[in-house]
Ligand binder design. Structure first.
Ligand SMILES: Nc1ncnc2c1ncn2[C@@H]1O[C@H](COP(=O)(O)OP(=O)(O)O)[C@@H](O)[C@H]1O
Ligand SMILES: CC(=O)N[C@@H](CCC(=O)OP(=O)(O)O)C(=O)O
Length: 277
């Protein structure tokens, strides 16, 4: 029987609130079994960029990352956020080790080619637009070194991954943190019985975005297109659900989406939204 592993992703809106982050890291530390933390930080990168006169440009939930923006996101994700999070976990007796994808070659990515959008989300205004995302890294099934992550876990450490990857030729790349969490969960499924938990600031996927009591408890893959078409899920929730269903399809045991301050209940499936194949 495989050992259990929980891959947890924490979003930028929670990281931006020190009280919420402190409570989340306490709950994360208390979570039993092997675990990996993946963090975003998009909101903080946008704010820091703005203060430096570098304005954020997002297309379909992904940041256009020119060379100036790459510098900002590297400083924010791999530096400020990652190291603060590791220090806070260490203070809670969790032996965290902070990594970018370049460290130990844990995540190798490929620079996204310039592409023509075929559809847009929702379909319409962006169709046919040629987009150069710049220094954005795409992942494939060979990107994550599961053996290296497993050896850190076996040595008693808790890997904490940021959204910076590399291409193996000295180039750092910016990769969406939801995508990193999904790819790690998929790769680790070869070794562990893996579950993936997406934590953000809402109680789950909501039927009505303004009503926290409207959590959709389970979503089947086949229902996703309809939820997108009728506008129930929008913005950053679209790539999150794409990554969640991708993980389920590729062998991750369970995927949950929900509120960061309900992590214990979320990780046991009591609260939040569960993805179904
Ligand atoms: N049906 C929905 N339920 C919950 N959130 C939704 C929904 N549709 C759109 N969203 C939006 O998606 C956002 C989450 O995506 P994102 O900001 O990328 O997450 P993260 O904080 O994890 O990076 C929420 O803050 C919310 O505004
Ligand atoms: C390519 C790309 O879009 N990368 C993301 C990585 C950070 C992230 O995903 O942060 P959240 O989880 O807080 O949104 C970005 O720069 O916004």
């Amino acid at each position: 029987m495989k050992t259990q592993l929980t891959v947890i992703k924490i979003g930028g809106n929670v990281i931006d609130n020190s009280e919420n982050l402190h409570q989340f890291l306490l709950d994360f530390t208390a979570l039993p079994g092997a675990k990996i933390l993946v963090h975003g930080g998009g909101k903080i990168a946008t704010e820091l960029g703005h203060s430096l006169g570098i304005e954020a440009q997002m297309i379909e939930g992904r940041r256009i990352t020119d060379i100036e923006t790459l510098r900002v996101v590297t400083m924010v994700y791999a530096g400020l956020i990652n190291k603060n999070m590791v220090a806070q976990l260490q203070a809670k007796n969790c032996n965290a080790i902070g990594l970018s994808g370049a460290d130990g070659n844990v995540i190798k990515a490929t620079k996204r080619p310039v592409k023509t959008l075929t559809h847009g989300t929702p379909p319409g205004p962006l169709a046919g637009t040629v987009i150069d995302y710049g220094y954005v890294g795409d992942l494939n099934e060979h990107s994550v070194s599961s053996a290296t992550l497993a050896s850190l876990i076996k040595a008693g450490m808790v890997p904490v991954l940021c959204a910076i990857t590399h291409d193996g030729h000295s180039q750092l790349l910016n990769t969406n943190a939801d995508t990193i969490a999904s790819a790690i969960a998929v790769a680790m499924s070869d070794i562990y019985d893996t579950q993936l938990v997406y934590c953000f600031e809402k109680k789950g996927v909501l039927k009505d975005i303004n009503n926290e009591a409207s959590v959709v408890r389970e979503i089947k893959a086949e229902a996703f297109a309809g939820l997108k078409a009728d506008g129930t899920v929008a913005g950053g929730m679209i790539p999150k659900l794409e990554n969640a269903f991708d993980a389920i399809k590729k062998g991750v045991g369970a995927v949950f989406i929900g509120k960061a301050d309900e992590l214990p209940e979320l990780a046991t499936g009591l609260f939040g939204t569960k993805m179904l194949p």
